[in-house]
Design a protein around this ligand. Sequence first.
Ligand SMILES: Cc1cc2nc3c(=O)[nH]c(=O)nc-3n(C[C@H](O)[C@H](O)[C@H](O)COP(=O)(O)O)c2cc1C
Length: 190
Amino acid sequence: MARKEFGPQPWLFPNPTVLVGTVIDGKPNFATFAGCGIAGDKPPTISIAVHRQRYTLKGIRQNKEFSVVIPSVNLIKEADYCGLVSGVRSDKVRDCGFTVFYGTLKSAPLIEQCPVNLECTLLKRFDVGVHDLVIGKIVQTYVSEECLTDGKPDIMKIKPIVFSMGSVPRYNAVGEYLGQGYHIGKELKK
Ligand SMILES: Cc1cc2nc3c(=O)[nH]c(=O)nc-3n(C[C@H](O)[C@H](O)[C@H](O)COP(=O)(O)O)c2cc1C
């Protein structure tokens, strides 16, 4: 297969599209992040790559708490908007019509309209070039009842927004079901 080299690129196909919530100077703010992943399982931890200029970083530094919120495809414009403007100059909660609620933490704002909300406390912060890699310890997970099947989260009901870089940054919906995880590969076992 012929291949083209692009040099070092942070291209993972796909990335999630999440909203990171913070409270900054007493006000909730949300910013869009695609640089987000699972850091570990025990304890459940999540990583976000936060550019040092982000207003969001101020909130994480102030309170050592933040949220990771998964919007559904119906909030695609709001999700993009939160990545286009900074909370320094705008009230994104008001502009997007988000209904904010709080769980166990005082400074990790959550969004009523979003199906999955994670509350995190700051575990560690690493300097990675122009970004801070922020590791959050997940202290509570909220999933909307209507996004459950047999009492468990169902990605086809959550309808997350898939983000990818490449020729043009783009959003996609989740595609077709391929098979059961930790199971379908058993067919290749000798
Ligand atoms: C799809 C998308 C993904 C983004 N991913 C990141 C990211 O991983 N890290 C980051 O620092 N900024 C990311 N941004 C940019 C921030 O969301 C943007 O600068 C935002 O205005 C920051 O808001 P704030 O200043 O209120 O913190 C992304 C933007 C978009 C649209």
